[in-house]
Design a protein around this ligand. Structure first.
Ligand code: KIV
Ligand code: ZN
Length: 511
């Protein structure tokens, strides 16, 4: 079997997605989950870019075992020094990833350098990185728009200097599959020392072709794919890890002898975690991890699936850890049934967390007839794992309508006291947020607000994700309820509690 190396860049290129800022604690949590998923390399950040990034990469390198930890660097000594310093503690190996643009447009307008100077910098940077580690990756940025002859020359030179992986980025998502596949094939055939390095691909999704391009590259000899969970990343994002992995597994007939080491059953959990922590909601129709990916609405399809699953399902939901297909529990279910169901979903809770989960489950069961696994996952994520001490919602009431100015009364519990305030606003959510501001005296700016139904039906649980900023700090918050105003208030309190809590106070800086 030829191993296809999965290089996950969720924490670097993924985090470059506008608005996807993660703090150090969140990055570490994702890195641990990436190891459980079985990725081979974690690109943990760009250490020179900020103190926060440097510290996060360093923390991941010293605490996350089970994958190679990689740091990104421009072709500059200070960047390479920082990447080395941040990754050197990695138990599973450290990688330095040097990049330098090689396309005419980048060299002329961005770098203002000629080909021979770029070639010299590429060689010198790899030579410099070699004094630190044997595991060096080199990326000729914008490779797909680079003159092939020059690209081959750079690739050959960096391999000669010791690069063990050569990455061929489609930086602006410009390539189309046949063309990109051909480029990889030519590199394999025309770069004399290519057998001494792994060919890697890194595709962006500007034309919606990042996964198709990556797969065509694998069919033409690439043996490392750079990708992100849920496909998050710069602009339209990066190639989606789950789509690549499942395409290779499902269509193994087209990838003979190629396999990844991914434990596909961890895919859904990883997707939810990344979505939760970045605040990037996964579209319901997203392949593999969308809520509707395994739902059959039409009668003909449902009938077919009941007769033989494969008639309309090419992937078994459980193979990607998607368990939320059936009815789970109702208001008469006891604590034991809840415990059993959570265990089946792979969720482990402490005694105290289970007590709270049961309390929340009962509250929800009073409002919602049928509780699905998605509901349970949301309750556990938002009310248990994401729970923050601080201001808690005691009560809300509001008036709103087309001919009245919306007004909300909010009561919060804080350190054993109940505090109340009333405020008008542009809508019921705005009125609630203003009332909360009066109580907490925490002034924030709302950067993003999203709402998503966890399940279908009129009594569906609504999940609200928000992003707020205050004094250069950005924080995400999430809340769920069958009442969207209540979910909005919970999300706001969650973000504020995170913002004021000590452990988070040094992170999430806007750069
Ligand atoms: O898209 C790109 O070219 C990159 C490089 C740093 C590999 O992200
Ligand atoms: Zn990129």
């Amino acid at each position: 079997m030829d191993k296809l190396i999965i290089f996950d860049t969720t924490l670097r290129d993924g985090e470059q997605a506008p608005g996807a800022t993660l703090n150090e604690r969140e990055k570490i949590e994702i890195a641990h989950q990436l190891v459980a998923l079985g990725v081979d390399v974690i690109e943990a950040g760009f250490p020179i870019s900020s103190k926060g990034d440097f510290n996060a990469v360093k923390c991941i390198a010293s605490s996350v075992k089970g994958a190679v930890i990689c740091g990104l660097a421009r072709a500059m000594q200070k960047d390479i020094d920082a990447a080395y310093e941040a990754t050197k503690m990695a138990k599973g190996g450290a990688r330095i990833h040097v990049f330098l643009a090689t396309s005419k447009i980048h060299m002329q307008y961005k770098l203002k350098k000629a080909e021979d100077e770029i070639l010299r910098l590429a060689i010198e940077s790899v030579r410099y990185a070699k004094k630190y580690t044997k595991d060096i990756e080199f990326s000729p940025e914008d490779a797909s728009r680079t003159e092939p002859e020059f690209l081959f020359k750079v690739v050959e030179a960096v391999i000669r200097e010791g690069a063990t992986t050569v990455n061929i980025p489609d930086t602006v998502g410009y390539a189309i599959p046949e063309e990109y596949g051909r480029l990889i094939k030519r590199i394999k055939e025309e770069v004399p020392n290519i057998d001494r390095a792994v060919i890697s691909v890194h595709c962006h999704n500007d034309l919606g072709l990042s996964v198709a391009n990556s797969l065509t590259a694998v069919r033409n000899g690439a043996r490392q794919v750079e990708c992100t969970v849920n496909g998050i990343g710069e602009r339209a994002g990066n190639a989606s890890m789950e789509e690549i992995v499942m395409a290779i597994k499902t269509r193994s007939d087209l990838f003979p002898g190629v396999a990844t080491a991914i434990n596909t059953r961890e895919i859904h959990k990883t997707s939810r975690l990344v979505s939760k922590l970045t605040g990037f909601v996964v579209a319901p129709n997203k392949a593999i991890v969308g809520l509707n990916a395994f739902r059959h609405e039409s009668g003909i399809h449902q009938d077919g699936v009941l007769k033989k699953r494969q008639t309309y399902e090419i992937i078994a939901p459980e193979d990607v850890g998607f368990t939320g297909t059936g009815l789970v529990l109702g208001k008469h279910s006891g604590r034991h049934a809840l415990e059993k169901r959570l265990a089946e979903m792979g969720i482990k809770l402490s005694e105290e967390e289970m007590r709270r989960a049961f309390e929340k489950f009962k509250e929800l069961a009073d409002k919602k007839k049928t509780i699905y696994e998605e509901d349970l996952a949301s309750v556990v994520e938002l009310d248990i794992h994401n729970f923050k001490e601080g201001w808690q919602l005691e009560d809300i009431s509001y008036v709103s309508g087309m001919k009245v100015t919306p007004e909300a009364k909010v009561a919060l519990r804080h350190k054993g006291k109940i505090l109340k305030a009333t405020s008008k606003g542009d809508g019921p959510v705005d009125a609630c947020y203003k009332a909360i501001e009066k109580i907490t005296k925490v002034k924030v700016k709302l950067l993003d607000y999203r709402i998503e139904a966890v399940t279908s039906g009129k009594d569906a649980l609504g999940e609200v994700s928000i992003k707020i900023s205050s004094d250069k700090k950005v924080m995400t918050g999430r809340g769920s309820s069958t009442d969207v105003i209540e979910a909005s208030v919970k999300a706001y309190l969650n973000a504020i509690n995170k913002l004021v809590s000590k452990s988070d106070s040094s992170h999430g800086l806007i750069l």
